[in-house]
Structures are given as structure tokens and as C-alpha cells.
Design a protein around this ligand. Structure first.
Ligand SMILES: [Zn+2]
Ligand SMILES: [Zn+2]
Length: 189
């Protein structure tokens, strides 16, 4: 008996036995919870348990099974400039060939170029995860022109008046200020 590393009960693992050699298509239209977080958790990610909306066709071809279609999910994180919460609806395309064991494709490609079927089990998760992570912004923003926050007090500029400034004491005057305070101390004794 063949040992498989894939769990047939995992939400993104599909049994494609009926597609073998038939040139038939299986339509996967499912909403499932993300089995793990995709992205950088608390920075920007599709959180674990968030809904993955799959609309994917699995088609039997001579060398394996072709998975193609779309995935939608909501990513959450924080704005890189002002730290406000950010939510984006991601919509990505998946297009991936899964080679049959013993196929020419399997023999002539590396596992990191072309995905593999394990027996008849096809694991969509890596393709779904990669497509979603690739669609994530390098710098998540609450809006494209977010002004960020004041470097002095860390308050978002959106919440500050236009004329917001911090009084900065000239270091030379700061020195005099210390002397003056020291004098006062002397007098008070
Ligand atoms: Zn922002
Ligand atoms: Zn400030």
C-alpha cells in the first residue's frame, strides 16, 4: 500500500480519481475556512479561519490534472504609515498543473516547478496560498495617500490639526535653562 503524506480529509485536498484519463472536469465551488494564516500575521494576512471562496475547475489532462480558477479572500492588517486597521478583498487567479506519478512531466521536471499529485490526491493549498500571498501589497496602506503620523508624538496626521507642531527647544537655550533652575534651587535653600 502506498503511503501518502496528504490528508484526504483536509479541506483543500481533492480526490481526482474520476478525472483520470477521462478529460473530464470537476468544478470546485466552495467556501471553506483558511486552514492557517496566509501572509504575515498581525501585519497583513488572510487570517486563519477566514473564508476562502474557491471557484476552481480541475480538469484531467494526459499528464495530470490542471487546476484553474479564482480564489477570493479578505486580508487584514495595519497601515504601514498610520497603523490604522486595513481590510482588503483579494481576488486572485490560480493556474497550476499537477503531474501524475510516473508521468513524463514528473520525470522531466522538478517538484518545485510543477506540482505533483499523490496518487489521485491533489492538494490545492500551496497554489491558493502562493496566489494570495503574491497578491499582497509590500506596503499595506489604509489609502494610497495616507499621510502617516507625526514623528514626534505618533498621532496620525488625519487626527491632528493642520498647524500641529512641536515646540523644539534649541539645545543652547536648554543649557541656560538648566543653569537658571540650578540658581533657583540655590536661592530657595
Ligand atoms: Zn494609513
Ligand atoms: Zn505631533
Amino acid at each position: 500500500m502506498r503511503k501518502t503524506a496528504l490528508d484526504p480529509a483536509a479541506p483543500l485536498v481533492f480526490d481526482t480519481a474520476e478525472l483520470r484519463g477521462a478529460g473530464t472536469t470537476m468544478h470546485v465551488a466552495l467556501e471553506i475556512p483558511a486552514p492557517e494564516a496566509y501572509g504575515l500575521e498581525s501585519v497583513y494576512a488572510v487570517p486563519k479561519g477566514a473564508v476562502l471562496d474557491l471557484d476552481i475547475h480541475l480538469t484531467g489532462v494526459s499528464e495530470g490534472v490542471l487546476a484553474s480558477g479564482g480564489v477570493e479572500a479578505v486580508a487584514e492588517g495595519e497601515c504601514a504609515r498610520c497603523l490604522a486597521p486595513v481590510q482588503d478583498a483579494l481576488s486572485v487567479q490560480v493556474q497550476e498543473l499537477y503531474a501524475y506519478e510516473g508521468s513524463v512531466t514528473e520525470a522531466t521536471t522538478e517538484a518545485d516547478e510543477i506540482m505533483r499529485l499523490e496518487g489521485d490526491l491533489l492538494d490545492l493549498e500551496p497554489a491558493v496560498r502562493d496566489a494570495l500571498v503574491l497578491a499582497m501589497p509590500v506596503t499595506p496602506l489604509c489609502r494610497p495617500d495616507c499621510p502617516g503620523m507625526c514623528a514626534e508624538c505618533g498621532v496620525p496626521w488625519d487626527e491632528l490639526p493642520d498647524d500641529h507642531v512641536h515646540e523644539t527647544v534649541d539645545p543652547r537655550w536648554a543649557g541656560l535653562e538648566k543653569l537658571r533652575l540650578a540658581d533657583n534651587d540655590g536661592e530657595s535653600k
